[in-house]
Design a protein around this ligand. Structure first.
Ligand code: TRP
Length: 440
C-alpha cells in the first residue's frame, strides 16, 4: 500500500483566502510554517483552501483578491516552492472527488457536532429562528472537505489553531471508518497546536482577527503601518511613569518581531517609564525593519499575478502527481472500477483476500477495537475495547508475533488479561491456524 516512508513527516495546512493577511497571520502561521518547512525530514504541504472560502463569502472578487494576496504573502515571506508543495485546493479535482467518498462514511451525527455548524444552530435557536436558518451545506460539509484535504496527502501532522482540533479528530474518524471498510488506505492525522507560537493582540488589545476588525495588514505601506501602530490603544500613564510590559499589546507586538536582547531592553524601558509615543515609534521601526524587505517582494509579485499563477500551477502539478494515482487506488477500493479489467482485478484481489487479517477501528463508545477475520471475512476473534489505539495495536502486534494465548469459555487471554472473545463456533485451534497462515 502506498503509505509514505515512515521517517519522513508530512505536515499539511490550509489557509482560507477570505481576507487580507495581517501581522497576526504572519507571526502565528506564515513565519512558523516557513521555518518548519526548512527542517530536514519534513515534507510540507501548504495550500489555499479556496473551496472553503466559498462557505464564508459569496463575493467572487474577494475570493480572487485574497487568493492573490495570500499567495504573494507566503512567497514574499520566503516560502521555497521547490521544497514544499504549494497549491490551490480548487486546482486539485481529486479533492472534491475524495470529499464524496468520505461523505459516504461520515456519520451525519458526527457532523451535527462540529463547532462551526453547532454555533450557527445555537445562534438561530437563541433567536427563535429555524435551527438551520442561513446554514448552507458547505458549512455542514466543511469538516468532510477538510478531511479530504488532509487525507489525500497522507499527512501525519496538521498544524492548526485550537479551534480546528475537532476537525482533525473528525478527519481521523473518517479515515478510520474508511480503512475499516476498505482496507488501510489512509494515514490517521494528528493536530499539532504549538503553544510557543505567538498569538498577537490587535489594535484594541483583543486577539488580532479580521472578525474583530482590529488588524494591521502585513504589507500595509510604511505610512499606513505607522498610522495603525500609533492608533493602538494604551492606558493613560504619563511619560516617566513605570509601565507594565506584561499584558501590554504594544509590548507583545514588539516581542513578536524582536530578538531576546531587544525584548529585554524594551522591558527595561517600560519599567523606566518610556512614553507611549516613543514606544510606538520603536515598535513601528522594529516591525518595519522586519517587513520592509518582504514588502518589496510582495509588491513586485502583486504587480505580476501571472508569476504567482505559474507557481500555483506548478504546485498543482506536483500535488496531482500524488493525488491522481491515490484517487485511482481509492476508486478501485470502493468498487468504482473499469469493467473491462474486471477479470484481471479479480485475480489480483484473490491472494490478498485469502489471507486472514486484523482490522482496527474505533466504535461510537470512543474505545478502540480489533477484529481478527479469516480469508473469507468470517469473524474469528472480536477484540475487547481498549482506551487508546496504541493499546489495541500492541495487542494485535503481540498476537501477530506469536504471543501465547489461552482460552477460557469464549474469552481469549494473553498474559492473564482478557483481550477479546472467540466468535460463535470458533475454536482456539482455528485462531492458531489463521495466525500461523498470517505469519507465513
Ligand atoms: N479550516 C481551516 C481554517 O479555517 C483551513 C483549512 C482548510 C485547513 N483545509 C485544511 C487547515 C486542512 C488544515 C488542514 O483555518
Amino acid at each position: 500500500m502506498s503509505v509514505s516512508h515512515p521517517s519522513v513527516q508530512r505536515v499539511l495546512t490550509g489557509i482560507t483566502p477570505s481576507g487580507t493577511p495581517h501581522l497576526g497571520n504572519y507571526a502565528g502561521a506564515i513565519r512558523p510554517a516557513i521555518a518548519a518547512s526548512r527542517q530536514p525530514g519534513v515534507e510540507s504541504f501548504y495550500f489555499l483552501a479556496d473551496y472553503h472560502a466559498l462557505i464564508k463569502t459569496t463575493d467572487p472578487a474577494r475570493v480572487q483578491r485574497s487568493t492573490l494576496e495570500i499567495s504573494a504573502s507566503w512567497l514574499a515571506a520566503g516560502l521555497d516552492t521547490e521544497r514544499v508543495w504549494f497549491y490551490r485546493q480548487s486546482d486539485i479535482p481529486e479533492i472534491p472527488e475524495l470529499t464524496w467518498l468520505l461523505a459516504c462514511v461520515a456519520g451525519k451525527g458526527l457532523l451535527n457536532r462540529a463547532h462551526a455548524y453547532k454555533a450557527a444552530v445555537d445562534k438561530n435557536v437563541a433567536a427563535e429562528e429555524d435551527p438551520d436558518a442561513g446554514v448552507n451545506m458547505g458549512l455542514f460539509m466543511y469538516p468532510v472537505l477538510m478531511a479530504a484535504d488532509i487525507l489525500m496527502f497522507k499527512s501525519h501532522k496538521v498544524p492548526v489553531g485550537r479551534d480546528q482540533i475537532q476537525h482533525i479528530e473528525m478527519a481521523r474518524d473518517m479515515a478510520a471508518s474508511f480503512n475499516h471498510l476498505y482496507g488501510e488506505h489512509f494515514v490517521l492525522p494528528e493536530a499539532e497546536v504549538d503553544a510557543s507560537v505567538a498569538t498577537l493582540p490587535g489594535l484594541d488589545g483583543r486577539k488580532m482577527s479580521k472578525s474583530y476588525d482590529n488588524t494591521i495588514p502585513l504589507f500595509a505601506p510604511a505610512a499606513e503601518l505607522k498610522r495603525l501602530i500609533f492608533s493602538i490603544v494604551t492606558d493613560s500613564k504619563a511619560p516617566g511613569e513605570p509601565k507594565e510590559a506584561e499584558g501590554s499589546a504594544l509590548f507583545q507586538l514588539y516581542q513578536a518581531f524582536a530578538t531576546a536582547e531587544e525584548t529585554r531592553a524594551m522591558r527595561t524601558a517600560f519599567e523606566e517609564g518610556i512614553a507611549w509615543g516613543e514606544a510606538k515609534q520603536a515598535l513601528f521601526e522594529r516591525i518595519d525593519a522586519a517587513v520592509a524587505p518582504m514588502r518589496v517582494k510582495y509588491e513586485a509579485l502583486i504587480a505580476e499575478p501571472h508569476v504567482i499563477e505559474r507557481h500555483l500551477q506548478e504546485g498543482a502539478e506536483k500535488a496531482r502527481a500524488i493525488a491522481t494515482p491515490f484517487m485511482a487506488e481509492l476508486r478501485h477500493a470502493v468498487g468504482l472500477r473499469n469493467l473491462a479489467a474486471a477479470f484481471a482485478v479479480k485475480a489480483a484481489d484473490k491472494p490478498k483476500a485469502a489471507l486472514p487479517q486484523f482490522k482496527q477501528y474505533r466504535e461510537a463508545d470512543g474505545r478502540f477495537y480489533f477484529k481478527f477475520v479469516d480469508g473469507d471475512g468470517r469473524l474469528l476473534v472480536q477484540g475487547a475495547g481498549f482506551d487508546s489505539p496504541r493499546d489495541a495495536g500492541r495487542c494485535v502486534a503481540a498476537l501477530k508475533q506469536g504471543a501465547a494465548f489461552h482460552v477460557e469459555g469464549d474469552g481469549m487471554h494473553v498474559d492473564g488479561a482478557r483481550i477479546g472473545d472467540l466468535a460463535d463456533g470458533v475454536h482456539a485451534d482455528d485462531v492458531r491456524r489463521a495466525l500461523a497462515a498470517l505469519a507465513a
